[in-house]
Design a protein around this ligand. Structure first.
Ligand code: SAM
Length: 284
């Protein structure tokens, strides 16, 4: 079936070439033209998929000018796919101006979802994933990075950052400086690729492992940080609540103990889980 004219925002793999959906392949095969962040890079993916298609380069330096051209093509009835080098376009990648321009002109913009490093990392991190804040790339200079991280110190939701290999060690050091070494963190490295690793632990534990192994400083990274336990709620852990938790911990596993105590007291179960770790002597 032919595609309706409009813009299709197509996710491509973040490493493993198997991570592309059947609909993404179908869309790339059927559109009139593909707008790609790097045409050589996308050319290799298309070759792998045995798709031959005209491409237009669309990157951060020419996006506004190319958006006008592409809106014109859609106005004349064509269908356009937008892809970036990896993952979902617009997520720390070009495409925002094009999507806005096509929407403003009143034409179809349709997502063809798939891989995205932030979601992949979060889904396997073991950190709370019901609410999270994606912060993209941190400032590249340490002073600015520390200042920015300082604004996130009381954020209760899980924090997610992208980071490049030449800044990974410095960024972990800055996380320790601002959040203290005991906050839980996870680093997802080279996800879906041959040397994928997920390092989990306190900031200091993870830093030690990254610094001790040069390989852990290579590749692509997603940094995840457990959110802050809200200060007000922390005060509400009363001696009664501690007694209840202690009694439950003698009988049931920590997760269930925290859940039951949360149901009884109305205090958040993540907070009670943290408190239970303290009571068990596993956390200061
Ligand atoms: N649009 C992409 C997405 O959907 O995730 C992100 C593009 S952004 C320019 C590239 C950054 O995403 C990398 O520097 C890294 O922080 C993260 N990233 C991309 N692929 C990754 C992977 N396979 N493993 C870990 N991080 C990855």
């Amino acid at each position: 079936m032919a595609l309706q004219s409009g813009l299709y925002v197509v996710a491509t793999p973040i490493g493993n070439l198997g991570d592309i959906t059947a609909r993404a392949i179908d869309t790339l095969a059927k559109v009139d033209v593909i707008a790609a962040e790097d045409t050589r890079h996308t050319g290799r993916l298309l070759q792998h998929l045995a798709i031959s298609k005209p491409m237009i380069s669309l990157h951060e330096h020419n996006e506004r000018e190319k958006s006008e051209l592409l809106v014109g093509r859609i106005a004349s009835g064509q269908s356009v796919a937008l892809v970036s080098d990896a993952g979902t376009p617009l997520i720390s990648d070009p495409g925002y101006h094009l999507v806005s321009a096509v929407r403003e002109a009143g034409f179809l913009v349709s997502p063809v979802p798939g891989a995205c490093a932030v979601v992949a990392a979060l889904s396997a991190s073991g950190l709370p994933s019901d609410k999270f804040v994606f912060e993209g790339f941190l400032p590249s200079r340490s002073a600015a990075r520390r200042a920015y991280l300082g604004t996130l110190i009381s954020e209760p939701r899980t924090l997610v950052f992208y980071e490049s290999p030449h800044r990974i060690v410095e960024s972990i050091e800055d996380l320790a400086f601002i959040f203290g070494g005991e906050r839980q963190m996870v680093i997802g490295r080279e996800l879906t690729k041959a040397f994928e690793t997920m390092l989990c632990g306190t900031i200091l534990q993870v830093k030690e492992r990254v610094c001790a192994d040069d390989n852990q400083q290579k590749g692509e990274f997603v940094i995840l940080l457990r959110g802050a336990v809200p200060a007000v709620a922390q005060e509400s852990v009363t001696p009664e609540c501690d007694r209840l938790l202690r009694a439950l911990l003698k009988e049931v596993p920590i997760k269930l103990a925290s859940k039951i105590a949360a149901d009884v007291t109305g205090i958040g179960k993540n907070q009670l889980y943290e408190r239970a770790l303290v009571l068990q002597g596993k956390r200061d």
